[in-house]
Ligand binder design. Sequence first.
Ligand code: BGC
Length: 799
Amino acid sequence: MNKNNDWKIIYEDYIPEHEPLREALFTLGNGYIATRAAAEESKAENDHYPGTYLAGGYNRAKSEVSGRIVENEDLVNWPNWLSLTFKHDGGSWFLLDDVEVLHYRHELDLYKGIMKRTIKFREEDGRETSLIARRFVNMKNPHFAGIQWEITPENWSGKIQIRSALDGTVTNSGVPRYRDLTSVHLQPLEIGSFNEESIYLRVQANQSKLRMVQAARTRAFRDGEELPVNRRFFKKVGYVAHLFDLDCDENESVKIEKIVAIYSSKDRAITEPVLEAKNSLYDAGSFDELAEAHAHAWSELWYRCDIDLKDGNNTQLILRLHIFHILQTASQNTIGLDVGIPARGWHGEAYRGHIFWDELFVFPFLNFQLPELARSLLMYRYHRLPAAKRAARLAGFRGAMFPWQSGSNGREESQVVHLNPKSGKWDPDNTYLQRHVGIAIAYNIYQYYEATRDIEFLMAYGAEMMLEIARFWSSLSFFNKDRGRYEIHNVVGPDEFHTEYPDSDQPGLNNNAYTNVMAVWVLRTALDFVELLSDTRKKELFTDLKIDEDEITRWDEISRNMFVPFMDNGIISQFEGYENLEDLDFEKYRGKYGDIQRLDRILKAEGDSPNRYKVSKQADVLMLFFLLSSDEIENLFNRLGYTFDRSIIPDTVNYYIQRSSHGSTLSRLVYSWVFSRSDREESYQVFKESLISDFEDIQGGTTAEGIHLGAMAGTVDMVQRCYTGLEIRGGILWLNPRLPKEMKGFNMRIRYRGHWIWLHFTQHKVEVSFESGHSPQIEIGVIDKVYELGQGDCKKFLL
Ligand code: BGC
């Protein structure tokens, strides 16, 4: 593996206005904590925002919006542990924005998980200095993070003062749209020092009472020898620092090492965070030692999770960046933490760190690479099953109604009003009606089970969630006598541009095709799960959940008689009445506004509404083709008594793609997937657009507020499952590769039902190597033939 070329992202210029994007893209995390790539010397001002987020570290706060009180739950921005800077005797503290930058290189080594800045700068008085800053957020021991600064005076000698701080005076102010909302979440509790070389800060989130302790040990070295320094302790409310002087000589480097230990009151196996931080720092090795263990942990992750494209271009690099961010959001350190997969990573404050349906796009990767982690993430939902049942009950339904946006305790966290930056007005937000989030959870449970055959999980937790979700869909469905079919009303589909009918004063739409068909899928899968349960477990669950044969019969009945809306042209209608909406003149809007991805905001700012038009933010009907194979769709439609003509698929795709503004990064991904079999060139084109959506921030500013994890993971999945035709069908792992012509080939490993399988694809060949496993044989299907593979077998298939 060449670890130098396809593993490093390098920027060779310092452009202050690009910093917000780079801070998000170079965020370092370990599945427990994440910190944006803000420069150590910077603070939250101008183009800098040094945010630190704890996985699942939420807090609620009330704000007044347009005369009403709203309560939001936010992912808290915890104290800034990065804070490190220097100054000359009598000078001011170093800030990159205040000096002349002579050389700049900012790089992220994805293989080792190390960020590095190499800078040469000149100060007003002519002093030139080189600075090499390295940083990690430890993947091996998630409680450690470290910074190393190497300062070299190029043309001066003299005394400098170092300041190494923990700054708890930070607020949540990373998203301009939220700035009118309450942003203070932290309450300082305690400041202190453990010994001569370490300081600590203890804070508490003011509502959730979640506590965090950060402790920092700062040392100085010359030629590998530790320098004796005289540290001065400085504190003010919520802020603590160590300051010390160093004598510098021209051309002689000094190194500063800041090792930080971070603990929270939610941690496992602790007595109390301050004591744990103290003990950890006491034992902590040097920056290099910790960095080595950290890089080793990363190399193990890469061994499992890399997709080695062997073509050394940007696709390889960005794909690795996407895998890197998935693993920084959730890794082995996340297992058992009671957290879910946030839509924007733990990388910024957009969407407040909430958990949406986006995990649907992340699970396929985790199921095949880190199934033990996928299981833990499903448990996040299981622990919130009581909250989902309560929500259903309060809304007058049965079963489990999972929230569209989920945070700490499973309450619905969606906003009721949302600021439209185009108009400056707070618009009502009815996207919470996306009940289809429960479908995503059910689908993830099913996919996890298929990839792992983890029957213990299914029996203990998975089946219960599936049954409660099925029960919810059953309770939402009602029989329309005139039509002789079941219907589902008052929901919103994945396309968030449509939340109600034009001229209606009630939110919600009727018979969203994606929701109706997938509700049928859930009901049918729940019935299959019942068959999988042992008699004892079935009895237990049926008794506990009070499920009787009548209810099972109703599920079966709905799953055979659900209504699906079609338009006159035979294309599945996004929802009932969609065909009556007006067509929008896309060209007119493009001409007027240029970027029309967020047509909803544009139309609303004009006093109009996207609800009136056939325009979509993202794939809705097409999600069906994304999640289900055409065989599965045909089966479901046959079950419903509809004829499904496969030849309508390309027309359906074209119909909706022409009407999409791609206002969500999830949109292109789905289009790229559904094109993959019919038009590989188009698919690859759209895949490439999807690939750069965060890297080049094609939405114009949203990435800076947090990466789009669903889109990132989705591009990885395009390679892992879509272009390889990897699917589990009938208990067999099928491969049916059709690589885009631009892809010469690639290698990857997958974990499948306890086996590690190494796969190598080229345009004309697939190689399957059965590396190790726990059961004697597995069945692998290649195109249309099934083969048995056992330990040590390696087979090549020509395509
Ligand atoms: C999309 C949703 C998505 C959410 C969080 C929205 O813009 O429309 O589908 O779940 O972002 O990523």
